[in-house]
Design a protein around this ligand. Structure first.
Ligand code: ADP
Ligand code: MG
Length: 140
């Protein structure tokens, strides 16, 4: 078991519905530490670059449009196995398939407006954290 860092984003639908505190509370109650936070509106280029891995997918343009539709809250979470623990807290991509008690089961509106992003592996976590934060902005 290793201490890891992972990138989380409270997506525009979550910010719009006043869920920032609810979601941060779930992370903190689970024992993950919030070691960096930033609220911003993603530009189209930032969203496209961040989600470049999905650029051939049919939902790419809709994903970029929804991620740029309003402010997001970008977080770095730190803790033992943080990447997997965050994915467990989030639940499945489609809220219809998400386990009860997960963020997406409880709070998400749809597969498009699914309220949170979370890195899925060590390499993507490192890429995604460096996309948003300099080392001096992370207080782990
Ligand atoms: P996750 O966010 O669970 O890691 P993916 O990385 O597969 O899921 O997809 C990134 C985001 O793209 C999802 O969170 C969701 O908002 C959107 N998305 C994924 N699959 C679909 C789909 N079939 N239709 C519409 N949007 C989708
Ligand atoms: Mg993903």
């Amino acid at each position: 078991m290793a201490i890891e860092r992972t990138l989380s984003i409270i997506k525009p639908d979550g910010v719009r519905r006043n869920l920032i505190g609810e979601i941060l509370g779930r992370f903190e109650k689970s024992g993950l530490k919030v070691v960096a936070t930033r609220q911003c509106v993603l530009s189209k280029a930032e969203a496209e670059g961040f989600y470049a891995v999905h650029k051939e997918r049919p939902f790419f343009n809709d994903l970029v449009a929804s991620m740029t539709s309003g402010p997001v809250v970008v977080l770095v979470l730190q803790g033992e196995s943080a990447i997997l623990r965050n994915r467990d807290l989030m639940g499945a991509t489609n809220p219809k398939n998400a386990a009860p008690g997960t963020i997406r089961a409880d709070l998400a509106e749809s597969i498009e407006a699914n309220t949170v992003h979370g890195s899925d592996a060590t390499d993507t976590a490192a890429f995604e954290i460096s996309w948003f934060f300099r080392g001096t902005e992370i207080f782990g």
